[in-house]
Design a protein around this ligand. Structure first.
Ligand code: HEC
Length: 760
């Protein structure tokens, strides 16, 4: 752990105070009252300024325009998913005074397999949070304590989670009910006041559908919309609309056509649409004027092998609009035809008005894995920014589309593959078990400057393997962008990542819990150089770019999303645990704050008793490999809590707290070491299986054969060496996190034994 605090009294004070707070939280397990820790608490006198907050918005009309930014009642802040707050108490002038009101360790979703990507809802001073364990919390932002907790009680055996266990947020009906869409395919309606379950329905079955729900559920005019992911497991994408009062199914819109869809059906060979993927990773936006539900869709399935699904494969990799009431198709724009790269289009759609050629155009924008923002006209789905159909390299055996629509505006990050990146990826290909001929396959490197090649170099059994920019980990994956109507800019998070793909045998079959990519896929990692870019919303031209770096100046990915305010600010979280505030007009960094764990979720901005607050759960990310935790922070200009002195897991912080406060070391540490010494002589490969599933499978795949960023562990000679595996697990590698602080010695030994035994 880094210590940035030496000789800095500001940090010293913050650390001590926080240590004590954490201790209190842990001791009282989630119901700790933190008023003693940050000063004041509910006894503090506050002056209520301005109009009283609108207490209860009418059902279906929960747009914060009505509550003037007091509430953040829907993920993304509003139905347009702008991540914008009209509040302007916190400004470019005073943001440097922003401090923590309180921090609460939610102690949920802290293992490596979880990611904290949840966007917090704020409703009349209460924060509503869902974690990757599908635990739901109501936290009183006035009294700094948990009001209720609903236990997600997820089955740990769920085997259809592709890319980290996470929840992107909750739904809210504007009056008395919250909705939780779960990883196991169930949807729960919870009483807003008590957390009591009102109804609970199974929308799909993770076993028989291989699907998961990560996207926040969305309530609008009596309906509850649920999205599902699972393209990596041949799960078919759909929007499910439920009666929000009863949970009864109203309709489903199938994103690969339904046998009755004249637009999508003809774009799939044979019955490939049935297992065609194209899921939703985020909640739709709502165009209220046109009564449209607008969303992005993921890649087709199987991801890398397109040979059995000839055609464009609609509505995969698209922006799609359907009627919000009936679910009928209205229009679509496909960003990638016949995807064979995993070029998912899955961050939330953002709605705004653009001015194009002097005309006001209602627009819908999305940030995909390709390094641009794409936007369409909400009246007909036509692209509004310049770009053109461009011929791309062909691999007939993978049934490549002849052309792709490529933007002609500047890319958000450099378009190139360095020699070092190329060598690293070739190394992965040579040892991959996902393809039969990795050792000898030809690897095609795109020509610098040729955008069609850099993005759309195909792979094929004849053609060979491909190095590409973007997929699978680059550009924007899931992170929400924000739109500020006052600067008229879009703020988009992305990373300059380079990957490879190679078509494998077309034997993919839908099998419970089995990921089917149809080939090999790899990347330089999810922690590639990251950029937060401000785009002119009329032209798609970058206005400024902020590169994310750690305190040693090393680049890190932008893996959190942004929120923006009328105080001319943009908030963005970093892998190194810092939440930063930038000047929305210039990109200048004005404030940063160490939260203690990867700040990998978008911030929420709200108001309590006339005071503006900013909230975030900093809890790390399974793919970005950032430090895990579950630190709920609320900041304001009245806050008194200083930042932490570095990244630390909750457990370590307790040990720190003991040192800091001079208290006797608790039983915790000593007892743990004792236990470790006793048993660690005999590594237990069987016990290591669960450690692997919880901490390693996200990147290395359940069967260890690789997948999302981690190489195939079954084929690498080094994994036959117990000490080498142990060392790698303890210390991590280029983009693999170190586990020495998160796993016990015993767990490390066990998982090393499991890997050493060939993961079986
Ligand atoms: C965030 C993604 C990620 C997670 C989680 C992860 N790894 Fe890795 N792992 C990687 C990457 C990327 C590499 C290759 C780069 C490197 O060697 O640094 C790697 C390499 C390795 C290697 C070395 C293979 C070789 O080349 O010799 C081993 C062994 C390994 N991981 C084991 C584990 C174990 C055990 C866990 C869980 C305790 C784990 N990994 C969790 C991403 C991950």
């Amino acid at each position: 752990m880094r210590d940035t605090s030496s000789g800095n009294p500001r940090h010293g004070k913050g650390r001590r105070r926080l240590g004590a707070c954490l201790l209190a939280v842990m001791a009282a397990v989630l119901v700790a009252v933190l008023s003693a820790c940050g000063g004041g608490g509910d006894t503090k006198t506050v002056t209520v300024s301005g109009a009283a907050p609108d207490p209860v918005p009418a059902p279906g009309e929960i747009d914060p325009a009505r509550t003037a930014g007091v509430n953040w009642p829907v993920t993304g802040g509003d139905f347009a998913h702008t991540q914008f707050s009209p509040l302007k108490q916190i400004t470019t002038e005073n943001v440097r005074n922003l401090k923590g009101d309180f921090m609460l360790d939610l102690d949920s979703g802290v293992e490596a397999k979880y990611s904290h990507e949840e966007n917090i809802l704020a409703i009349n001073g209460i924060l509503y949070i869902s974690t990757g364990e599908n635990d739901v919390f109501a936290v009183d932002a006035r009294r700094w304590r948990v009001v209720w907790k609903h236990d997600g009680d997820l089955d740990p055996a769920i085997s259809s989670v592709c890319c980290g266990w996470e929840s992107r947020g909750l739904g809210y009906n504007g009056t008395d009910t919250l909705y939780s869409a779960r990883i196991d395919g169930r949807v729960e309606a919870l009483d807003l006041k008590t957390g009591r379950v009102k109804w609970d329905v199974k929308v799909f079955d993770w076993k028989t559908d291989n699907a998961t729900s990560i996207a926040a559920p969305l309530f609008y005019r009596g309906l509850l919309y649920i999205g599902n992911s699972g393209s990596e497991y041949m799960a078919r994408g759909r929007v499910t609309a439920l009666d929000a009062d009863t949970g009864r199914l109203k309709w489903q819109f199938w994103t690969t056509g339904d046998g009755n869809d004249p637009v999508a059906d003809p774009t799939w060979e044979g019955d490939s649409a049935r297992t065609g993927g194209s899921g939703l990773w985020n909640a739709p936006a709502i165009d209220r004027e046109r009564n449209l539900l607008i969303f992005g869709t993921s890649t087709s399935s199987p991801d890398i092998n397109g040979s059995t699904r000839g055609g464009d494969n609609l509505y995969s990799n698209s922006i799609v609009a359907i009627d919000a009431t009936t679910g009928r198709y209205r229009w679509h724009f496909q960003l990638v035809r016949h995807d064979i790269w995993d070029n998912t289009v899955s961050s939330p759609v953002v709605l705004f008005d653009a001015e194009i050629d002097g005309e006001k155009v209602p627009a819908a924008a999305i940030a995909p894995k390709m390094p641009w923002v794409y936007a369409v006209d909400r009246r007909d789905g036509r692209p509004i920014y310049p770009g053109r159909e461009t011929p791309v390299p062909q691999a007939p055996e993978n049934k490549t589309a002849a052309t792709q629509w490529i933007p002609s505006t500047p890319a958000l990050m450099p378009l190139r593959v360095t020699d070092e990146q190329y060598r690293m990826l070739v190394g992965q290909i040579r040892t991959s078990m996902a393809i039969p001929n990795g050792a000898t396959i030809r690897v095609n490197r795109p020509t610098d400057g040729d955008v069609a090649e850099l993005l759309y170099m195909p792979s094929g059994t004849e053609f060979g393997a491909a190095i590409t920019i973007g997929a699978p980990s680059g550009g924007t994956t899931w992170a929400p962008m924000s739109y500020n109507p006052e600067t008229h800019m879009l703020y988009v998070c992305g990373q300059q990542s380079v990957g490879w793909s190679a078509q494998g045998p077309a034997t993919g079959r839908f099998t419970e819990g089995v990921s089917v990519l149809g080939g090999g896929l790899g990347t330089i990692g999810f922690n590639a150089p990251g950029y937060l870019t401000a785009l002119d919303a009329d032209t798609n031209e970058p206005v400024w770019t902020y590169m994310l770096k750690d305190e040693n100046g090393r680049p890190q990915s932008c893996y959190s999303g942004s929120a923006t305010t009328a105080g001319n600010l943009v908030f963005v979280g970093k892998n190194d645990g810092r939440l930063v505030a930038l000047n929305a007009t210039t990109g200048e960094q004005l404030w940063d704050f160490q939260t203690g764990a990867g700040a990998n979720a978008p911030a929420t901005v709200f108001e309590v008793d006339g005071r503006q607050k900013v909230a975030i759960v900093a809890g790390g990310n399974a793919l970005a490999g950032s430090t895990h935790g579950a630190n709920l922070w609320v900041f304001s200009l009245d806050g008194e809590m200083l930042e932490l002195d570095g990244l630390q897991r909750a457990g370590e912080a307790i040990e720190h707290a003991n040192e800091e406060t001079g208290a006797e070391p608790g039983e915790g540490e000593g007892a743990r070491e004792e236990a470790t010494r006793e048993v660690s002589d005999r590594p237990d490969a069987a016990a290591g299986r669960q450690v692997f599933a919880d901490n390693c499978a996200t990147c290395h795949g359940v069967t260890g054969r690789g997948g999302n960023g981690g190489p195939d562990l079954t084929s690498i000679p080094d994994t036959r060496n117990f000490d080498a595996v142990k060392e790698q697990t303890e210390n991590g590698g280029s983009s693999m996190p170190a586990f020495r602080d998160t796993l016990s010695q015993k767990q490390i030994d066990d998982v090393a034994a499991f890997v050493n035994d060939g993961i079986n």
